[in-house]
Ligand binder design. Structure first.
Ligand code: ZN
Length: 370
């Protein structure tokens, strides 16, 4: 089935405010909620479709990507995040829609809701150190993770303590009369299933720990603290869906190049002689050294730009630049002969500063560049 436009799904205009989007979703979530539409797969599809649309349009970053690139921009096939929400994700969204955590929604319809949730295995989290060069162009990385997996040959049977519902109900007598409280079954941990037969190396839940090597394509342009998620690559759980593998990016600071968004900045020092006479100098870039020309009469503070030598934009195809800031180095030690040579030039008109006649000031140039 072709995906419908998210704005169409939520019945809002493309220019809708965050508040309008929230209201529209709330209306649809109530209309198509599974508790109000039992055994109605069409309503369930609508419910999920609305949740997915809301998930994207309620997030300014995702919404912008969606506006720009459509469904492709926010996940879809094999991408990060987005796509394929399960009921658990959807219910966890309700915290900010209906206030006060997912439970608030259950009480909205007088209980229920909770028992319908799919159990999900725990997420695994790994840190990924990345160099500037890897960040600039993206990279394929292999990571070792220890996952809890359901062992081969394990069989399950329905939990007798909760009759497979995963929840136990307790009747409590209070001053206000009898109250029924439901809680997660302690025997099966809420899955509704317990292990029947298992291989010897599996634990009581039927799980084994297995080391796996997972390869992941990290897109260019990621940044410190950014979290990528690979759906279903976390820990497995009996009677539920596997958790996710979360990859947290750590930038290794580069010794010579400084990152500024998608640009990289390099501080170049040239001698006073090179700045006055002009020179060809080598500068490091992410992709190795390149030669650049320093014009005769270059002032300290001049910015040079190497187009496209920066970092790929995470949302698109554009690439940042390398900015080279020229610093003219004033000698701090001089021999007697050098001093004499310079003394001879002291009164020359050509050596007297004349900023009014030169190029724009440093600050004017900064404004131009950023
Ligand atoms: Zn149970």
């Amino acid at each position: 089935m072709a995906k419908r436009d998210y704005y169409e799904v939520l019945e809002v205009a493309k220019s809708a405010s965050a508040d309008e989007i929230k209201k529209a979703y709330r209306k649809l979530a109530i209309k198509f909620h599974p508790d109000k539409n039992p055994d109605n797969p069409e309503a369930e599809d609508k419910f999920k479709e609305a949740a997915e649309a809301y998930e994207v349009l309620s997030n300014p970053e995702k919404r912008q990507r969606y506006d720009q690139f459509g469904h492709q921009g926010v996940g879809g096939a094999g991408g990060f995040g987005g796509g394929g929400m399960n009921m658990d994700d959807i219910f966890s969204q309700f915290g900010d829609i209906f206030g006060g955590g997912g439970g608030g929604f259950g009480s909205f319809f007088g209980g229920g809701g909770g028992s319908r949730r799919t159990k999900k295995g725990t997420n695994l989290r790994v840190k990924m150190k990345m160099t500037l060069a890897e960040i600039a162009n993206g990279v394929e990385k292999k990571i070792k993770v220890k996952r809890h997996l359901i062992a081969d040959g394990v069989t399950f049977k329905s939990c007798s303590a909760c009759q497979g519902s995963g929840q136990v109900k307790k009747v409590v007598n209070t001053m206000l009369g009898q109250m029924v409280s439901a809680s997660t079954c302690g025997v099966c941990g809420g899955s509704g299933q317990i292990v029947d037969k298992k291989p010897v190396d599996a634990d009581s839940r039927g799980l084994i720990v297995k080391e796996e090597v997972i390869s992941i394509n990290i897109p260019g342009g990621v940044a410190e603290g950014m979290q990528l998620s690979m759906s279903g690559k976390g820990n497995e759980i009996p009677g539920g869906i596997p958790g996710d593998l979360l990859i947290v990016i750590e930038e290794i600071e580069d010794k010579v190049l400084q990152r500024d968004g998608n640009n990289v900045i390099y501080d170049l020092y040239v001698s006073f002689i090179d700045a006055a006479l002009g020179a060809s100098v080598e500068v490091p870039t992410i992709e190795g050294k390149v030669k650049i020309k320093i014009d005769q009469g270059t002032q300290s503070g001049k910015m040079l730009r190497l187009k496209g030598k920066g970092i790929k934009d995470i949302n698109g195809y554009a690439k940042g630049d390398q900015l080279i800031m020229v610093n003219v180095w004033t000698p701090t030690h001089l021999s007697r002969e050098e001093k004499e040579a310079l003394e001879g030039l002291r009164d020359s008109d050509n050596f007297k500063p004349d900023p009014g006649n030169s190029e724009k000031s440093f600050f004017d140039k900064m404004k131009e560049f950023f």
